[in-house]
Design a protein around this ligand. Sequence first.
Ligand SMILES: *Cc1c(COP(=O)(O)O)cnc(C)c1O
Length: 348
Amino acid sequence: MYIYPFLLVAAFQKELENYLEVKHVIPCANGTDALQIALMALGLKPGDEIITPSFTYIATTEVMALLGLKPVFVEVNPDTYCIDASKIEAAITENTKAIVPVHLYGQAAPMNEIMEIAKKHNLFVIEDNAQAIGCDYTLSNGETVKTGTIGTIGCTSFFPSKNLGCYGDGGAIFTNDSELAVKIKMISNHGQSKKYYHDVVGCNSRLDSVQAAILRIKLRNLDTYNASRNEVANYYDQFFAQFPQLKTPVRAENSTHVFHQYTLQVEGLNRDEMNKFLEERGVPSMIYYPVPAHRQKMFESFGSSSTVLPITDWLTERVISLPIHTEMKQEHLDIICNSVAEFIKSKN
Ligand SMILES: *Cc1c(COP(=O)(O)O)cnc(C)c1O
């Protein structure tokens, strides 16, 4: 009886491995830990540089700083919000060790191009898949795979707001490299190789078994959840097509979209005014994210604020995300769409 809770975590791990078609899933406590453990497993040294977007949630780059690694911020594609692969090579130096692309808002970064660059320059690739679980990507050889299983390591979060969310905190690390999987498992469990023998400095990062039980059930419905998010997105797309002031989401090449966020770009309107207007009507629109990583105080000592990222800055001022989830009723959609329309008409 005592051991039973751990079997729930083990069962979820196997089921996620099958769903993702990846050799190893290592569950952990949250998505931030997943990223940190992934970086620790690669044996990177303080001062090593990692290429990553600034236009992302802070966790992606915070863990780098925590480990003494240097995030090197690269622009994103203004259509897809993911890292612009054509700008990666210019940022590579002799200290570059890895690329951390983020599959932002629910669709894949250009992994074919990223993997080619990584191979050429001998770099690790860690995919931040926290916003894109269930997303499919078509490789150059025509094969379709899940995001998070393409690079050296993939990381995800099961925070309640994510597409596969639990009722508290959770995360996981994926890899097809069996040696790395052993290391990752060890690091996430106090560097322990066998009970009470600790070979490396690790941390304590467990997925809670109650969360695993919830995730097992929700995983069975993940594709359905993602399909209903797409239905909402398609409805929004059609409704907003009448407004030239709004740019609806562009679908990325070779990727499906799981719409973790439905994000519009507003042109010729005051985005913050629109956000406030929607808030007053009870529509919980959000700005992801109001300050890009390179402009965060956290990175001042890295000299990041002098990084010139005009597209990232430009997007930061124009994006607004509308509510999207799996239980949206037509009446919710009507309130949201009509509120946006009302704002735009009030400005004409
Ligand atoms: C949510 C998120 C994380 C962190 O996950 P937590 O479980 O909250 O630690 C990391 N990266 C991205 C892009 C995220 O959206």
